[in-house]
Design a protein around this ligand. Structure first.
Ligand code: IDP
Ligand code: MG
Length: 158
């Protein structure tokens, strides 16, 4: 079965920056074989976060979430790979840090429901919208990655 290359958005949240694990998180994605096609550090604006987390706008934690996410900068990445959305969600783990499996990013680094280290898109459709929300077309890099030949088999590269 031919599986398409996919892109997904990752936000390494303010708590990860303050806990000095940004490099560790990026390193996990790199080692897995995902290709970084965009990356930047940015203090996220409240307005954009309100849109990004729109589905939670009526929840009682909404304002706290926006405040935390806009408190200091985040690191934003676009990652590319076969089934990248699903792969990155699995690596991220359960939303609730306390319940996330050891070995996942949240399972290894978070004790919180809200302060949970990373955001990862939860579907291919949503990922397209999220990448567009935070990155312009010019910020997405096009290049061939040298280890590509060893990350996928020959039929998967077609
Ligand atoms: P996800 O990040 O695992 O996709 P979502 O349900 O999409 O989880 O929620 C988005 C973010 O909102 C979570 O990562 C977390 O920071 C925050 N959040 C979700 N549920 C709660 C809650 O019950 N209390 C506080 N914050 C929450
Ligand atoms: Mg979500």
């Amino acid at each position: 079965m031919q599986v398409q290359m996919e892109r997904t958005l990752v936000i390494i949240k303010p708590d990860a920056l303050n806990r000095s694990i940004v490099g560790e998180i990026i390193s996990r994605f790199e080692k897995k074989g995902l290709k970084i096609v965009a990356m930047k550090m940015q203090r996220l604006q409240e307005e954009k976060l309100r849109e990004h987390y729109g589905k939670h706008k009526d929840k009682d934690f909404f304002n706290d979430l926006i405040k935390y996410m806009s408190s200091i900068p985040s690191v934003l990445l676009v990652l590319e790979g076969k089934e990248a959305v699903d792969v990155v969600r699995k690596m991220t783990g359960n939303t609730v840090g306390r319940k996330a499996e050891p070995g996942t990013i949240r399972g290894d680094f978070s004790m919180s429901v809200q302060v949970n280290i990373v955001h990862a898109s939860d579907s291919a459709e949503e990922a397209k919208r999220e990448v567009r929300r935070f990155f312009s077309e010019e910020e997405i890099q096009h290049y061939s990655k040298l280890d590509f030949d060893w990350v996928y088999s020959s039929d998967e590269k077609k």
